[in-house]
Write a protein that binds this ligand. Sequence first.
Ligand code: ZN
Length: 245
Amino acid sequence: MRYGLLSDIHGNLEALDAVLEAMAGERIGHYLCLGDIVGYGASPNACLDRVTGLTTDVIAGNHDHAAIGKLDISTFNPYAAEAALWTRQQLTPDGRRYLGDLPYVRRIDDLFVVHASPARPEEWTYLTSPWQADEAFEAMPDGVALCALGHTHAPLIFEKPNAKDRSRQIPPTALELASERRYIVNVGSVGQPRDGDPRAAYCVYDTEMKLIEVKRVPYDLEAAQRKIRKAGLPDLLAERLELGR
Ligand code: ZN
């Protein structure tokens, strides 16, 4: 099986369509969406339509909850809060219900998916350090070799060699999974990358080859920026797309 993993679309339809086009040539057998379909970008409803047409294996992100009032946005920065309120006005009743019903985690065979961290998924912590990875590996269900997540918008891999050794961070390149080890892979962001590379990110997990790879694809960034400005969303949300920050 080849899984197609996408996360943090954030209402960026241009990036999502470029990723879906690239993934169409990847022999993907099953798609999974790791949350934050909406928030920041100007096309929340169109992105929701694309995702619901693609897969039922979708989990909640913090911006999905913020957009329906399920998460308090007082901790959001002013730009994120403004975008959340704008998105709230755009969503259809069906869209709101759909986002509100999404689970925090899913398990498909030996693959576990969560938006932020397997350790207390509903707290939306940023998993960026080996000690946080240790805690996350502890929280992963038995028999799960790989956890895929998003949330930070930057691809990242943690490896746990065995039960007693600490987690270590390894470069987010194509990786062959060793059968006795466990892994956490951050698949990056489709619609708002923050690792300095403005290209949209997606991930392919091939269970036969035991290979996981985060890939990048360019998209019509100017079109996404124009829509953000036309919608009256904060200009910074358009600017950051070309910076990949
Ligand atoms: Zn996000």
